[in-house]
Design a protein around this ligand. Structure first.
Ligand code: MG
Length: 379
């Protein structure tokens, strides 16, 4: 069970922290993906805050999960609501995890799960290495605190389901910051297993930066996609390439603005995520796309790539035709394409070639374009 109900505005941004982007993906999505990599976990139930449905839908797009449970005013109330919802399915065990800990490893989950073979409550802990002091409101150190035997509690915490549900029902009026604390009120012994330093709770801006740095070190999966498109010339139409209208005596025929260059790049992006082609997303039979700027199609495809945590690493576009000569416009086209993709121009190449007057391009009946994109995704 993933607790994502906090309003979590401590980071001072406009949305709760569990929905903020971490290296391009909502934190909640990263937490869920980490748990989905754990073979011991059979079902995943997320508890969200009231009014967070849209954020939840965006963060879990494409995943098959049960509908979220809406939490209460406190973390403890939210956990209880989640447990009450799970009670219908009568699970034997439950692990309760904070959405703000996106780096729980399968090994950690395995230790917690294994601990449940002999204990009704299992808590991952880390040793306290710093010397502890009690500091008063004036900033004066008033006492030395022995750290022997102290541990820092993490999640996921594991429980015998009935034990945890009963404890939450009994102690709904108490204010506990974690679930091991709730069962401890019933005298249930809690088994400690080793936590993980990387399983830290993302709370401050510094934590966000640490999380981003960790993700930046993770290996990524590299994919390439290719696209090819052709449009015939037609009189009385503007010639649009890479979103720019070029001076020419003819334009390209097509349902949209017929930007053959952006169509090739869009198809390459869709190819990289195996999401069909431009025609399947924007059928020419649909009047909504009549004369529409092809940047619209490109933005749709880049949105699909980025929703998967994908990064566009490089784009290589070749425009094929005799006229107009692309050379004098190349830098303008490149800057426009880079801008539309929100990429550094150093990652965008625009090339041009003729077909030595052979074929339809050689006869100046139309223009062709082909594109190759390199994409990277989280593993
Ligand atoms: Mg086309």
């Amino acid at each position: 069970m993933v607790m994502a109900a906090g309003s979590g505005l401590r980071l001072g941004r406009e949305r709760p922290k569990q929905y903020q982007a971490l290296a391009g993906l909502p934190m909640l999505r990263r937490t869920i993906d980490a748990l989905r990599a754990c073979p011991e976990l059979r079902e995943l139930q997320v508890v969200i805050g009231a009014g967070q449905d849209d954020l939840y839908d965006a963060a879990t797009r494409g995943l098959e999960l049960p509908p979220p449970v809406i939490g209460g005013a406190t973390r403890q109330a939210s956990v209880r609501r989640g447990l009450e919802a799970l009670a219908r399915r009568a699970p034997t065990h439950v692990l309760v995890h904070d959405a703000a800990r996106p780096f729980a490893s399968p090994a950690l989950v395995g230790r917690v799960r294994q601990g449940l073979a002999s204990a009704r409550a299992v808590l991952p802990v880390l040793p306290v290495v710093d010397t502890l002091k009690r500091v008063d409101a004036n900033g004066d150190v008033v006492a030395e605190m022995p750290r022997d035997g102290l541990g820092r509690a993490q999640t996921p915490q594991g429980f015998d389901f009935a034990t945890l549900l009963l404890a939450h029902r009994r102690h709904a009026d108490r204010d506990c910051t974690d679930d091991a604390g709730v069962v401890a009120l019933d005298g249930v012994p809690v088994l400690a297993v080793a936590g993980e330093e990387e399983n830290f709770k993302v709370t401050t801006e510094a934590d966000m930066a640490r999380a981003e740095a960790l993700l930046a070190r993770q290996p990524r999966r590299w994919i390439s996609g290719s696209g090819f498109d052709v449009h015939a010339f037609a009189p009385g139409r503007p010639l649009v390439l890479c979103g720019i209208t070029l001076p020419h005596d003819r334009g390209l025929a097509g349902h949209s603005d017929a930007d053959v260059a952006l169509h090739a790049v869009t198809d390459a992006l869709l190819g990289g995520i195996a999401e069909g082609d431009i025609g399947s997303h924007f059928p020419p039979s649909d009047p909504r796309w009549r004369d529409v700027a092809s940047a619209h199609f490109l933005h749709h495809a880049t949105g699909l790539v980025r929703a998967r945590g994908g990064r566009i690493e490089h784009v290589d576009l070749t425009i094929i035709g005799e006229r107009p000569k692309i050379g004098p416009h190349r830098d303008t086209l490149r800057a426009s394409l880079a801008g539309l993709l929100a990429l550094d121009p150093g990652r965008v190449s625009v090339k041009a070639t003729t077909t030595e007057r052979l074929g339809f391009c050689g006869r100046e009946e139309g223009l062709a374009a082909q594109a190759t994109v390199s994409l990277s995704f989280p593993l």
